[in-house]
Design a protein around this ligand. Structure first.
Ligand SMILES: [Zn+2]
Length: 227
């Protein structure tokens, strides 16, 4: 079987995401790029029981080049994954239904992004610093997953500094240069969303006891620019 190690990695991530509650009820999705081939977990299956033979192969245009033999359906996330492969040269794109992410999207007014600053795990996001006001776009949900594709594509183009698009009351699409990077980006976003929800619940602001000085902000900007 081609790409066996990569297929096994997708299965392992599906199990891990299922245990985190990010892919329960057949939800969520995982894909990765190997050269010019895209690998995608199928739709509507128990993610914790996926096997390497269940994984689809697609070309860079999103056309299926090899389908599993058991009648599995291509993930409904495929058109959304393609937005990150096409426009951001992603090496992997993940989709989670994390409850913390879902709750965080509910705190964002319509038409606005989720704004984050002065939270430790911002430093784990690509090109983002602790003092930055980082914006992650939020698009409204639709009845069918594939109908989100146009909104996802617009958000990807409008927020080039973000490695993720949040979907209100639904979850997040997040990508990275490879599957390990995409996974850590997803973990950082999950932590940040959990923090946002906990702060709101507690009536806290990230600025309440902040003692940072303009010098601190300038030093971080210079370090990020040099990186
Ligand atoms: Zn979904």
């Amino acid at each position: 079987m081609r790409f066996l190690a990569e297929r096994e990695r997708i299965c392992q991530l599906c199990r891990s995401f299922w245990q985190l509650g990010w892919a329960s009820g057949t939800g969520g999705g995982i894909s990765m790029r190997v050269g010019d081939t895209l690998l995608m977990a199928p739709s509507g299956v128990e993610k914790e029981n996926l096997t390497p033979a269940d994984v689809f192969e697609l070309d860079r245009d999103g056309c299926v080049t090899q389908a599993p033999s058991g009648g599995q359906r291509l993930t409904a996330c495929a058109p959304l994954f393609m937005a990150a492969y096409r426009h951001r040269d992603a090496g992997a794109v993940l989709h989670s239904h994390s409850l913390d992410v879902v709750l965080a999207t509910m705190t964002v007014p319509p038409g606005e992004p989720l704004r984050l600053t002065r939270l430790e795990m911002l430093k784990g996001l690509q090109g983002v610093g602790y003092f930055d006001m980082h914006e992650i776009p939020v698009v409204d949900n639709t009845a069918l997953e594939h109908e989100l594709a146009d909104r996802m594509e617009r958000a990807v183009l409008q927020w080039p500094q973000s490695n993720a698009v949040l979907v209100r009351n639904h979850g997040v699409y997040v990508w990275g240069r490879d599957v390990a990077h995409a996974k850590t980006q997803a973990e950082c976003i999950d932590w940040l969303c959990r923090c946002v929800v906990a702060m709101q619940r507690s009536g806290l602001s990230h600025l309440t006891h902040d003692r940072s000085q303009p010098d601190d902000v300038a030093r971080e900007r210079a370090a990020l620019a040099a990186a």
